[in-house]
Ligand binder design. Structure first.
Ligand SMILES: CC(=O)N[C@H]1[C@@H](OP(=O)(O)OP(=O)(O)OC[C@H]2O[C@@H](n3ccc(=O)[nH]c3=O)[C@H](O)[C@@H]2O)O[C@H](CO)[C@@H](O)[C@@H]1O
Ligand SMILES: C=C(OP(=O)(O)O)C(=O)O
Length: 422
């Protein structure tokens, strides 16, 4: 099993190119199911989750291919395919639930295993089911599978007004894709506003969908009878960019991130500035620079545009070596502090009280062997390893490979002493 070996203490310097967003590319791969025409995606990141989603599409009968270097992928979903997502293919990936909406909308039936993904909470899919039922689907859960179909005599989902109990990112994406081909108008209230939603909406609009209000909490979709092919560029990964910002700031470095969107990272950038890092940003780049110890910052995760839960672990790593005490309050997932015990193995001082982790900044961490437990926990351990004295081994990095495009290679180009070992 691969591990990362890090010798800490090197400030990071230079330039890094940020990849396309995992959480935009995954729903966009699913959106290719909505048409028989060819669809091209560019800037698709090279990730294990993307390979898994591709295998799932291949299994269903979608023709997929990769084009060249720039993350190009082509897709063609024929009019007849096998609308099934088996457990073996979806157990490692939450986003597999995103085939449900498109399959129902275009093929009128779907058999989708309940999804896996990061073990950061129970993560039910009740809202997805409730919303699609409101659009006329009949859905039952049996033997771990969602069995969904349209009632006899119906060929299309019907538009509906959907108000979810909480803001759900993949829920909003499933409804957007389903509503694009439904009969009549769908209104999504309490819709997620994460940048991956407007990116998906722009792709659907390029395919002929009629959507308004994406990027706000009310999205209106007028269903159309058919969608056509398109070419779409996946938006930059704000969480990868945020992870590099924290790594550079924690190591007192100076790095320019290219292809990065500062406007998608306001909450994180504000905290980094308050901590004492200097951040400059312009069209397609962010430069982060810091010197000496940062000032610890408390934060609370919330839906976009608030502080992202997917940045909680990485910012906590930075707070571990900052001056002063801070709190990290996790409001989105009930089990997203699994990195805490591993950070403590490196010498961090952290106490957990329910949804709140209280961090007492220490001057130094010291390298040790630690275990990655989920995707962003892995990234926080890498950041901690980069600032710790001596050698840190991060075990179980298959979690990291789910969502970071060549992280260790990118870190090496900016001066980190990091290598992948068996
Ligand atoms: C592939 C993808 O895009 N993953 C992201 C997506 O996950 P995902 O879309 O799974 O997260 P949601 O926004 O749906 O989850 C928010 C909260 O709602 C709960 N919930 C959600 C749906 C549902 O039917 N019932 C229910 O109870 C979840 O358990 C969680 O507590 O948004 C999360 C929140 O920004 C991110 O951390 C993930 O990186
Ligand atoms: C939790 C995450 O991913 P997923 O929803 O795919 O498990 C994440 O990207 O941090």
């Amino acid at each position: 099993m691969d591990k990362l070996r890090i010798i800490g203490g090197q400030p990071l310097h230079g330039e890094v190119v940020i990849s396309g967003a995992k959480n935009a590319a995954l729903p966009e791969l699913c959106a290719t199911l909505l048409t028989a025409d060819a669809v091209t995606l560019t800037n698709v990141p090279r990730l294990r989750d993307i390979a898994t989603m591709r295998s799932l599409l291949d299994h269903m009968g979608v023709k997929t291919q990769t084009h060249g270097e720039r993350g190009g992928m082509g897709f063609q979903a024929p009019d007849t395919l096998n609308p099934e997502a088996p457990y073996e293919l979806v157990k490692t990936m939450r986003a597999s639930v995103l085939v449900l909406g498109p399959l129902l909308a275009r093929f009128g039936r779907a058999r989708v295993s309940l999804p896996g993904g990061c073990a950061i909470g129970a993560r039910p899919v009740d809202q997805h089911i409730k919303g699609l039922q409101a659009m006329g689907a009949e859905i039952g859960v049996e033997h771990g599978y969602m069995e969904a179909r349209l009632p006899a005599g119906r060929t299309r989902l019907k538009g509906a007004r959907i108000t979810t109990d909480m803001v759900t990112v993949t829920g909003t994406e499933n409804f957007l894709m389903a509503a694009a081909l439904a009969e009549g108008e769908t209104v999504l209230e309490n819709a997620a506003q994460e940048p991956e939603i407007p990116d998906l909406a722009e792709m659907l609009i390029a395919m002929g969908a009629q959507i308004e209000g994406h990027g706000t909490s009310r999205i209106r979709i007028q269903g159309v009878e058919r969608l056509h092919g398109c070419s779409h560029q996946v938006v930059a990964d704000r969480i990868e960019a945020g992870t590099f910002l924290c790594a550079v700031a924690a190591t007192s470095g100076d790095v320019v991130l290219h292809h990065a969107r500062a406007d998608h990272l306001d909450a994180v950038i504000d905290k980094l500035r308050e901590a004492g890092a200097s951040i400059e940003a312009g069209e397609g780049f962010i430069r982060v620079k810091s010197q000496g110890r940062l000032k610890a910052q408390s934060f609370r995760t919330t839906e976009y545009p608030g502080f992202p839960t997917d940045m909680q672990a990485q910012f906590m790593a930075l707070n571990c070596v900052a001056q002063g005490n801070s709190t990290a309050t996790e409001t989105i997932f009930e089990n997203r502090f699994m990195h805490v015990s591993e950070l403590m193995r490196l010498g961090a001082k952290i106490q957990i009280d329910g949804k709140v982790a209280v961090v007492e900044g220490v001057e130094k961490l010291s390298g040790a062997t630690v275990m990655a437990t989920d995707l962003r926990a892995s990234a926080s351990l890498v950041i901690a390893g980069l600032v710790a004295d001596g050698e840190t081994i991060v075990d179980r990095i298959y979690h990291l490979d789910r969502g970071y495009d060549q992280m260790e290679a990118k870190l090496r180009t900016i001066g980190a002493n990091i290598e992948r070992v068996k």
